[in-house]
Design a protein around this ligand. Structure first.
Ligand code: KIV
Length: 272
């Protein structure tokens, strides 16, 4: 089941760059476990991001900062076991790459070796240029992430739209150009004005995949728990909910509880 313009047996970093050249949009979703990844892969989604948003939606933390490298590897390995077609990209978590390029490489190697994933994603621009180069030199594909970078939430102080002012917008453009130049295969832009995202997508040859940054770009990404409505208190303007699982699951659990308590479950056919 897929609505892709052409059928790809396996999505690679090169496929994504070709998709941009051919004007074919890229659909990316997060996933953190085997069962969900299997459904996402079968549905024809192009990229699974094992995002550090797992810290929020899987572990219940307020921010993405607490999740560890070991925990990311656990999630990533579960996803990789399910996938036959998607490209699997894994976030380097906070604290696993910021101190120096050697640490960034060590963390990336652990992700690739221990999970079997296909690429890593890092938040930041020129301040992590040397780390990205070191990872790329080891043959590990890198996806950049600019704009709202949630690992820096305590620097920003808020999750509102980034790069509305000219100075920050210009910095973002030059960071995107730098990421392309040093060899990243794609860049995520999070919560920036749509006109800025469009400008970046026009200026660089690698795919620009966005969340909350409009449609004139090369692809979209959403956090899966948000798009299927398992989270229901998070309602940013950019979010389209395709299901309302919070309500559907609540109703199912209420019904199950009632059936158990009233002796309706299991019935005669549901036993040996
Ligand atoms: O961790 C994540 O889910 C992400 C996306 C929001 C892009 O980085």
């Amino acid at each position: 089941m897929s609505v892709a313009k052409r059928e790809y047996k396996r999505i690679t970093t090169k496929t994504l760059v070709d998709m941009k050249k051919n004007g074919e949009k890229i659909a990316m979703l997060t996933a953190y476990d085997y069962s969900m990844a299997k459904i996402v892969d079968n549905a024809g989604i192009d990229v699974i991001l094992v995002g550090d948003s797992a810290s929020n939606v899987m572990a219940g933390h307020e921010t993405t900062l607490p999740i560890t490298l070991d925990q990311m590897i656990y999630h990533a390995a579960s996803v990789v076991r399910a996938v036959e077609r998607c490209l699997v990209v894994v976030d380097l978590p906070f604290g696993s790459y910021q101190s120096d390029p050697k640490e960034a490489l060590r963390s990336s190697i652990r992700i690739m070796k221990e999970s079997g994933a296909h690429a890593v994603k890092l938040e930041g621009g020129k301040e992590i240029k040397e780390s990205i180069k070191r990872i790329l030199n080891a043959g590990i594909p890198v996806m950049g992430h600019l704009g709202l970078t949630p690992q820096s939430i305590y620097k920003f102080g808020t999750y509102t739209v980034r790069a509305k002012e000219e100075e920050e917008a210009n910095r973002l453009i030059s960071d995107a150009l730098m990421l392309e130049k040093i060899g990243c295969f794609a860049v995520v832009l999070e919560k920036v004005p749509a006109v800025l995202a469009k400008k970046v997508a026009e200026q660089i040859s690698i795919p620009v995949i966005v969340i909350g940054a409009g449609g004139d770009v090369d692809g979209q990404v959403l956090v899966i728990h948000d798009m299927i409505g398992m989270t229901h208190e998070f309602n940013p303007r950019f979010l389209r909910r395709y299901l309302n699982l919070y309500n559907d699951m609540t109703n199912a659990f209420v019904q199950y509880s009632k059936d158990v308590k009233e002796g309706d479950f299991p019935n005669e056919k549901e036993q040996y």
